[in-house]
Design a protein around this ligand. Structure first.
Ligand code: GDP
Ligand code: MG
Length: 178
C-alpha cells in the first residue's frame, strides 16, 4: 500500500535494487542512522529498516525499507520485495557502466512486475568518486526521463544528496484524499 492510515502520516514500502557493491546498504544506513561504515557487510537475502521523514508541510512519511542483495542467487526473490512497494530506488555506481546496465535490467523488471503507479528513482551512487566516473550524468538523466523516473546522484560516503533522494520520493507519493 502506498499510504497509511491518515492524511498527515503516510507510510510507504520502499525497495532498493541494483548490482551488488553499488552502495545500497550504505545509502540506507546513511539515511536511517546518519553513518557511513566502509567495512559494511554484504547483505544476505534482504534486510529491513524503517525511518520516518518529516516534510515541510508537516506531513510525515514512514519509509519501510527493504534493502535487497544484488547477487544473482537472490534475483528470484526480488519480486517478494517489490510486490506492493509504493516506491523503488534502483542504484548503480557512477564508476561502473556494468552496474548501470544492471540498473536498466531492474528498471525493466519493475516495469513488468511492479505496481504501475510505483515511484521510481534512478540513483547514481559513489558520486564522490567522480574522477573515475564512467557513466555520464546526462546519459543517466535521459534514461531516467524515458522511463518516467527521477534521477539523482548521491554519495553515501559524504552524505551528498541522500536526504534529498528520500525527500523527492516523499514529495511524489500520492496523497490520500480527505
Ligand atoms: P550493496 O551491495 O549495494 O549494499 O553495497 P554496500 O552498501 O555494501 O557498499 C559496497 C561498497 O561500496 C562498500 O565497500 C562501501 O564502503 C562502498 N560505498 C558505498 N557507498 C559509497 C559511496 O558513496 N562512495 C564510496 N566511495 N564508496 C561507497
Ligand atoms: Mg547490501
Amino acid at each position: 500500500e502506498n499510504s497509511g492510515t491518515d492524511l498527515k502520516n503516510l507510510r510507504v514500502k520502499l525497495v532498493l535494487l541494483g548490482d551488488s557493491g553499488v552502495g545500497k546498504s550504505c545509502i540506507v544506513l546513511r539515511f536511517v542512522r546518519g553513518q557511513f561504515d566502509p567495512t559494511s557487510k554484504v547483505t544476505v537475502g534482504a534486510s529491513f529498516l524503517s525511518q520516518t521523514l518529516a516534510l515541510e508541510d508537516s506531513t510525515t512519511v514512514k519509509f519501510e525499507i527493504w534493502d535487497t542483495a544484488g547477487q544473482e542467487r537472490y534475483a528470484a526473490l526480488a519480486p517478494l520485495y517489490y510486490r506492493g512497494a509504493g516506491a523503488a530506488i534502483v542504484v548503480y555506481d557512477i564508476t561502473s557502466s556494468e552496474s548501470f546496465n544492471k540498473a536498466q535490467y531492474w528498471v525493466k523488471e519493475l516495469q513488468k512486475h511492479g505496481s504501475p503507479d510505483m515511484i521510481m528513482a534512478l540513483v547514481g551512487n559513489k558520486a564522490d568518486l567522480h574522477d573515475n566516473r564512467s557513466v555520464s550524468s546526462q546519459d543517466a538523466q535521459e534514461y531516467a526521463e524515458r522511463n518516467t523516473m527521477f534521477f539523482i546522484e548521491t554519495s553515501a560516503k559524504t552524505a551528498d544528496n541522500i536526504n534529498q533522494l528520500f525527500e523527492e520520493i516523499a514529495k511524489r507519493l500520492p496523497r490520500p484524499t480527505p
